[in-house]
Design a protein. Structure first.
Length: 128
């Protein structure tokens, strides 16, 4: 691979990483607000670890952007808000739908559980 190709791959990887972490935080906050009365779903140690991971990812993305700029490449904007929001919607569904299925199964409501699980899996397959 050429240097510019490797740098482009690095930019894309860091962008995906930052986007995924930001979307995860947005999805978790949404579920916490809607389903948990605003109470955090992560224990304090988990929250601190997540914050550290996000900070490290953002720092690496900034370094990749700066290297791209120095090499004359258009780095784009990592963690674009529209992409983060769209990914967060998918992650909310991935958090909520399995929880619904589990709750219905525990209530011995297999039929509705299967319908929810099937619909959720279809969207996962269709959207990759």
């Amino acid at each position: 691979l050429r240097h510019s190709d490797m740098l482009r791959q690095c930019l894309e990887r860091e962008d995906r990483r930052v986007t995924e972490l930001l979307a995860s935080a947005e999805a978790r906050a949404s579920v916490e607000a809607r389903s948990l009365g605003g109470h955090p779903a992560l224990f304090p140690a988990g929250q601190a670890g997540f914050a550290e991971q996000l900070e490290a990812a953002q720092r690496q993305a900034v370094m990749a952007v700066r290297l791209a700029e120095l090499d004359g490449l258009d780095p784009g904007m990592p963690g674009h808000p529209d992409v983060v929001a769209a990914r967060a919607v998918v992650l909310v569904r991935d958090l909520v739908e399995p929880a619904k299925v589990t709750a219905l199964e525990k209530l011995d409501e297999g039929g509705p559980a299967i319908r929810i699980a099937t619909a959720w899996l279809r969207t996962r397959i269709e959207n990759g």
